[in-house]
Structures are given as C-alpha cells and as structure tokens.
Design a protein around this ligand. Structure first.
Ligand code: NAP
Length: 253
C-alpha cells in the first residue's frame, strides 16, 4: 500500500453517529487512521468522550465528542450547527446510530415501534437535514447510512427494525436524487450479522441459525463494515450514488 492510500481523508471532516461502540467506533477509527478529523456522536457523553479520546491519542486535536439522542430532532439541529462551527465544514456524514426493540408484531408496544423508527430512521433524516446545507454550499459530500440485510429480507420479531432499515434505503435513494447535482453522493451499507453489543446477547440457538445462513461461513466484524464505508466515502467511489452495498458474507445475493 502506498502512503497516499493511508491518508485518503486528510483535511476532511467525518461525522459518525453511534461512534461510541461497535460498528460506529470502527468507522470513526478507520476515518481517523486515514487522516480525517472526526465528530464522534453518541447517545451517552461517556462513550462519545471515550472514542474521541482514543482518536486524539492517535493524533492530537483530531476528534471531538458530542452527546445527543438522535431521536430528538431539535437537539440534533443544535449539535449539527455546533459541529459545523467547531470544524468549519463537514465532508462525510455516517448515519450509523441504531437500536433494536424486538417483539412479535402481535405484542409490540407502540413505544417500541416509535423508539426504533425515531432513532434509526428519523434520526438519520434529522442529521442529514442538519448537515446538507453545508455540503450543498461546499458542492461536495458523502452521506452513508447503515441499513441492514433485515431491511431487505425482513425478520420475524423485528417489524419495527426492518421497517426502519428499509426506510433508510428509501431515504438514501431519494436524497441521492436530490443532491446529485451538488456532487454529494448518498449510499447505504447493509451489514449482515456482526458481533457487537447489539447482537452479543442473542441466544446460541439464534446465533447458530444465523451462522448457518452465511455462505462465507463467518460472522462479520465491525472492521469489515468500516472498510466498505471508507470505500464509499473515498474519492474512488465518486461515481456511485443511490446504492445499497450488502456487507454480509453473502446472505443476500
Ligand atoms: P451497538 O453496538 O449497540 O452501538 C449502537 C451505537 O448507537 C452506540 O454508540 C449508541 O450510543 C448509539 N445510539 C443508540 N441510540 C442512540 C440515540 N438515540 N442517539 C444517539 N446515539 C445512539 O450497535 P452496532 O451493532 O454497532 O450497530 C450500529 C449500526 O449498525 C446500527 O444502525 C445497527 O442497526 C446496524 N447494524 C448492525 C448489525 C449487527 O449485526 N450488529 C447488523 C446490521 C446493521 P452509546 O454508545 O452512547 O449508547
């Protein structure tokens, strides 16, 4: 690998939601390792500070923590403005923060439906809205949302989650059409099964059933997802927009 390949995002600012743990943390570290300054957004101040601290230990003053509940539209607009004021620009937005509240439809509470939709789908809309004006003025930008293979296939017990992840795909394609003339690309990454806090608690039975459906025969790592995100955010992906890239070991093909 040439040195140039390692500093693909030098002078760029990447905003990563849900950067505190799991896939978002791997994405934030990947951008930092490739030269970007990173706005680390998490629900809790503790996790936002932890990842920003890790990145600043790698390269001083290259990350800042932001704690916000992305389901709170007004709070997201404020944080978005704060990030733009702190960094002066925003080149990459990764809508990664997400939650699950699983139950069969017959028993699902409206509260669980709303929590998942408002976080996973409306949160991505809110953050995109907070940032696209700045990207439009810059006439460049990358927006990547983390969907899921569940948004493409459905899953019993996850009507709320599947609807939110399918919704993200519609949001991605529509935003891609709205923003293409401003040189802003908008894509989605659909991970398969990745071991993080979100999935670690599943029973061995469910894990084994999922595992059996993965042609490549292994679960994904947060770094597998971060690699695909980094590609879509890179200059090499400048002619790709409105797409869903499955990073799932072949579950969906
Ligand atoms: P995770 O380990 O549970 O981490 C979720 C992250 O999102 C945390 O940093 C959390 O903040 C943040 N978050 C949750 N609710 C939030 C809110 N209301 N406001 C702001 N931040 C919030 O999950 P993960 O497995 O890394 O998943 C990341 C994304 O990938 C999610 O969108 C998920 O749906 C998607 N995905 C995951 C898998 C998988 O197998 N793991 C598969 C497909 C898609 P705190 O750390 O501060 O709590």
């Amino acid at each position: 690998m040439k040195d140039d390949d390692l500093i693909k995002f030098e002078d760029q600012v990447a905003i990563v939601t849900g950067a505190g743990r799991g896939i978002g943390r791997a994405i934030a570290l990947r951008f930092a390792n490739e030269g970007a300054r990173v706005a680390c957004v998490s629900r809790t101040e503790q996790n936002a500070k932890k990842i920003a601290g890790e990145i600043n230990a790698l390269r001083a003053n290259s990350a800042k923590p932001y704690a916000v509940d992305i389901a709170d539209h007004a709070a997201v607009q404020k944080i978005g403005a704060q990030i733009l004021a702190d960094f002066g620009r925003a080149d990459i937005l990764i809508n990664n923060a997400g939650v699950t509240r699983d139950a069969l439809a017959m028993r699902m509470s409206l509260e669980d439906w709303d929590r998942v939709l408002n976080t996973n789908l409306r949160g991505a809309f809110s953050f995109s809205q907070a940032i696209i004006r700045a990207m439009t003025k810059q006439r460049s930008g990358r927006i990547i949302s983390i969907s899921s293979v569940i948004g493409l296939m459905g899953n019993a017990g996850q009507t709320n989650y599947a609807a939110s992840k399918a919704g993200l795909i519609g949001l991605t394609k529509s935003l891609a059409r709205e923003l293409a003339s401003r040189n802003i690309t908008v894509n989605a990454v659909a991970p398969g099964f990745v071991i993080t806090d979100m999935t670690v608690g599943l029973s061995d039975e469910i894990k084994n059933t999922i595992h059996a459906k993965i042609p490549l025969g292994r679960t994904g790592t947060p770094e597998d997802i971060a690699a695909a995100v980094a590609f879509l955010a890179s200059p090499e992906a400048g002619y790709i927009t409105g797409q869903v890239l499955c990073v799932d070991g072949g579950i969906v093909m």
